[in-house]
Design a protein around this ligand. Structure first.
Ligand SMILES: [Zn+2]
Ligand SMILES: [Zn+2]
Ligand SMILES: [Zn+2]
Length: 358
């Protein structure tokens, strides 16, 4: 994530909706991947380098978003909020804060996907290949399972309760559990469907991750039935990744997003040398090793647990390289599709057309 700056010079963060230095309001313009500042007097016609923008309805009315959309749009919600199919029940007062935390993590996910050139489609854009989110809570015996199915990502709202989430993390013997991590994992399942559609890619996938045709339900049942193999890290990024090739891919994809976002942040603060999104894979990994060692040492100086509780073995590195190549290829395909569709002046056929033509 990059660092943002207000017109007044103050440093801003992705989630900010107010500059504490000059009291101007802030809004994120996804097409610019940037925050703009404005006065409340500007109301629904906020001036941006791309023309006039308005606040997302979840910004204006609910205070859970800080994104903007063009004033000319018929939509009321920004491109991130528009992906929601089910939102939490706001008659329960504590749900609003949880929803806000969920939306922050979701917007950070969408930012990374946009920055990588992986454009996200809504179900309205494409009912089959589009993406949507259900943010639900378990009611009575009806338990909500966090997961992905055919473009629908479901998140159990209890994951936004820090104490609940930590309890789950400990009981499942996990090293890392966050809202952002959940979204990055589930989107990995989504992109498996989108990016590994071709049978030739299935072969390359199976060589590294194993055969995904193995019975999924049975694999998960077996995984939870036996104690964690202490040597899992020799082959997998997490213990859960060992449960099934699909889970291995989703965990690896999530990890790749962790790396790219963290490297981008480090670059903006002067701790890394170039944008993670365009670097060659070996250079990216070299940078990543030294950054994470420093990151953990900083946390230990504060008496905190490691910020990066992972070790990357050679097989895991190969899997990350596979994800890197997959995303680079999708990015190239998307810019070619954007170019050819703009020269033909016809509609783009690729679902991965870049959100910003640069
Ligand atoms: Zn300011
Ligand atoms: Zn929004
Ligand atoms: Zn999964």
């Amino acid at each position: 994530m990059k660092v943002f700056h207000c017109e007044c010079g103050a440093t801003l963060f992705f989630v900010n909706s107010l500059c504490l230095s000059c009291s101007r309001e802030l809004g994120f313009v996804p097409e610019l991947l940037d925050l703009v500042s404005f006065t409340s007097a500007e109301g629904a016609t906020i001036e941006t380098p791309l023309g006039h923008y308005k606040k997302c309805a979840n910004y204006l009315r609910e205070g859970v978003c800080n994104w903007l959309l063009p004033t000319g749009s018929d939509e009321e919600l920004c491109q991130a909020c528009r992906l929601n199919d089910v939102i939490p029940n706001l008659s329960e007062p504590e749900n609003r804060q949880k929803w806000q935390d969920v939306e922050q993590a979701k917007r950070r996910l969408i930012y990374s996907l946009d920055a990588l050139g992986l454009r996200v489609l809504t179900k309205a854009d494409d009912p089959v290949r589009g993406l949507s989110f259900d943010i639900k809570q378990s009611i009575g015996t009806e338990r909500v399972l966090t997961g992905h199915a055919e473009g629908l990502i479901t998140l159990n709202l209890s994951e936004a309760d820090a104490a609940e989430r930590e309890k789950m993390r400990v009981s499942l013997n996990e090293r890392y559990r966050t809202l952002l991590g959940h979204f990055r994992h589930e989107i990995g399942h989504y992109y498996w469907d989108r990016l590994i559609a071709d049978p030739s890619e299935h072969e390359a996938f199976r060589e590294l991750f194993g055969d995904e045709r193995a019975d999924y339900a049975q694999a998960l049942k077996a995984h939870y039935a036996k104690p964690a193999d202490p040597d899992y890290a020799a082959q997998f990024i997490s213990h859960y990744a060992a449960s099934h090739p699909w889970e291995d891919f989703a965990e690896t994809f999530a990890h790749y997003l962790h790396m790219i976002d963290t490297l981008e942040t480090a670059e903006h603060y002067g701790f890394a040398s170039g944008p993670g999104t365009s670097r060659d894979f070996e250079a990216l990994m070299t940078e990543w090793y030294s950054l994470t060692v420093a990151l953990n040492s900083l946390n230990r100086s504060m008496g905190l647990p490691d910020a990066y509780p992972f070790a990357i073995s050679q097989p895991v590195k190969q899997k990350l390289s596979f994800v890197h190549d997959l995303i680079q290829a999708a990015r190239r395909a998307s810019s070619e599709a954007t170019f050819s569709s703009s020269t033909r002046a016809g509609p783009g056929t690729s679902e991965l057309s870049a959100s910003t033509a640069v």
